[in-house]
Each structure stands twice: as C-alpha cells, then as structure tokens.
Ligand binder design. Structure first.
Ligand SMILES: [Zn+2]
Length: 179
C-alpha cells in the first residue's frame, strides 16, 4: 500500500478515536500545564491508546512560527515503521484577549485540538480526514436508535421528564428530532 497516497482500503465500520495508537492533544502540550515554556523543548511523551512513545521538539521555525516535530513508531502489517512529522500551530483569540493554540492538520489544513494516527495508518491526521467516530458517540447513537424503535420506552420520558436524568431526556429529544 502506498503510504500517504490518500487511498485506503474501505472498511466495513468506522474507526474510533479510542483505538488510535497515537493521539496528540494540544491542550496537554501548550497551556498552564503544558510543556511549552517559550524556549525550544525536546522530550518524550506517552500519548494514545497504548501510551505510544512520541519523541518531540517544540520550537520556532525561521518565520518564528511554532512547530511541533514528532517522531513515533507504528506497526503496519507486523512491521514497525518509524514516522517523522512536523505539525504547525495556529492561534485563535478567545475571551478576554487570550490566545488559544490549535494544531493545523497536516493533511487537510483544518484547525484541530486533537490529531490522530489510526491503527494501520502512519501519518497524523484529524478526525475528519480519517472519518473517525468515537465509542462514546456510537453508544449514544445506539441508545437513541433503541428509543426511536420503541415508543413505549420513549413516551414516558417525554411525558414525565422530571422523573428522568438529563442524559435520558437528551437521548429522548434526539430520538424525537431524528438526528
Ligand atoms: Zn484533517
């Protein structure tokens, strides 16, 4: 399979973010508790499902833009492949004039809080690029589908919402509006 070609074999189910061996979270990197302290830093992080070890350097490039160079190993067809990738950041202004850093997805250029390497893939990309769903949402969707199929379970939640939890009311509402 050609790496990085953008053509992948079709799967019968969507991958979830929970099974990605690599997950990069900008909030764990930059912020009050982040590792960025204004000077180039290098080190090693354990991120993702199996605590994949990620060697990184956080520095500024020639244009003084912050970059996050990462190196990690992924298993492809029982072989270990070393991958190196440079990820850029962008900032968005948040309330009170503060700045929030976000990753720029190296594949599509979208601004993202988290980036992933799904199982069987090598490069970093965002949820949209890899069409990732999450276990949480799948469970959620299943519960909504159950309610939609079974009016006897749905009706009492709508009729006596006070007797149900907020999440049950939310699921019932989604079952009714059909999303
Ligand atoms: Zn992307």
């Amino acid at each position: 399979m050609a790496l990085g070609s953008g053509r992948w074999p079709r799967r019968n189910r969507r991958l979830t973010i929970e099974e990605c061996p690599v997950e990069l979270d900008v909030d764990l990197l930059i912020g009050p508790r982040g590792v960025w302290a204004g000077t180039p830093v290098s080190g090693e992080l354990q991120w993702g499902v199996n605590d994949t070890s990620i060697r990184f350097t956080l520095a500024r490039d020639d244009d003084l833009r912050l970059t996050f160079a990462v190196e990690y190993a992924v298993e492809i067809d029982d072989a270990v492949e070393e991958v190196a990738e440079v990820i850029r950041f962008t900032t968005v202004v948040i309330g009170c004039g503060g700045l929030r850093h976000l990753f720029v997805c190296p594949r599509c250029g979208d601004r993202r809080k988290k980036l992933y390497v799904p199982p069987g893939r090598t490069r970093v990309g965002c949820r949209g690029c890899y069409d990732l769903t999450s276990l949480h949402h799948q469970r959620h969707d299943n519960r909504v589908a159950v309610l939609r199929r079974d009016p006897a379970r749905l009706r009492p939640i709508l009729q006596r919402p006070d007797e149900y939890s907020e999440s049950e009311r939310y699921l019932a509402m989604r079952a009714v509006v059909g999303e």
